[in-house]
Design a protein around this ligand. Structure first.
Ligand code: SF4
Ligand code: SF4
Length: 101
């Protein structure tokens, strides 16, 4: 009986965490604060979903996010030492998006 309770608890925890991860991914996303970014690329290497990449623009190299791949897990924030990444709501991201030049 105790074994069933433990297995049920683990499954419940697993599905609950999955639900909240999915919910966060749908509503949140990472934003790169360009003026703080040193282009060190630690975040690019850390992201398992390859949501961040370096692109060359007329204004120089920039770190750019693919919001379709980002789950807002926060792993990249943990390695950025320059306070150049933040978690924002997806609506906020869309309204403040600037084109690459
Ligand atoms: S870790 Fe921070 S400073 Fe380095 S490239 Fe990423 S956002 Fe920029
Ligand atoms: S929050 Fe996670 S998925 Fe999104 S860019 Fe950062 S490491 Fe990648």
């Amino acid at each position: 009986m105790t074994t069933y309770i433990i297995i049920a608890s683990v499954l419940l925890l697993f599905f609950t965490l999955g639900y909240f991860r999915h919910k966060r991914a749908r509503s949140k996303v990472v934003n790169v604060v360009d003026e703080n970014c040193t282009r060190c690329q630690r975040c690019v290497k850390k992201c398992r979903r390859k949501a961040l990449e370096v692109v060359n623009t007329e204004a120089g190299r920039r770190i750019v996010l693919n919001p379709n791949k980002c789950t807002a897990c926060g792993d990249c924030l943990a390695v950025c030492k320059f306070n150049a990444l933040e978690i924002v709501s997806r609506g906020q991201m869309e309204s403040s998006a600037t084109p690459l030049v």
